[in-house]
Design a binder for this molecule. Sequence first.
Ligand SMILES: C[S@@+](CC[C@H](N)C(=O)[O-])C[C@H]1O[C@@H](n2cnc3c(N)ncnc32)[C@H](O)[C@@H]1O
Length: 112
Amino acid sequence: MEREGEDDDIVCLDESFFIDDNYQLTTFTFGSQVLQLLCLQSASTDFDLTGQLVWPGAMLLNDYLSKNAEILQGCTVIELGSGVGITGILCSRFCSQVVLTDHNEEVLKARP
Ligand SMILES: C[S@@+](CC[C@H](N)C(=O)[O-])C[C@H]1O[C@@H](n2cnc3c(N)ncnc32)[C@H](O)[C@@H]1O
């Protein structure tokens, strides 16, 4: 039995209510390479949205690659789970061909 006014208390939220898509154009510098990418500034994400931000491991890897760019020359690179894409995009400055992948549609929305 429905009480009077009960419908007024029901609020329906779709998943977008819980998604932070406040992407900021952010500058990253690795040696002589400057990258401008859209990403979150937060330290964590909800759901399976880890690819919305740049992870510390990617920063370390990019620092290493920028200092050893000769190992990339002439190579074809595939980045699995690229998220923001910071590593694949840096590699594209030195490689012959780069493929970036990610399976998360929300993460892909912020990519160029
Ligand atoms: C921890 S984040 C790392 C993102 C980026 N590589 C970095 O280091 O900043 C992992 C990424 O892998 C993606 N991912 C996880 N499982 C995947 C799968 N099976 N196929 C494609 N991408 C996947 C996620 O959507 C997420 O963007």
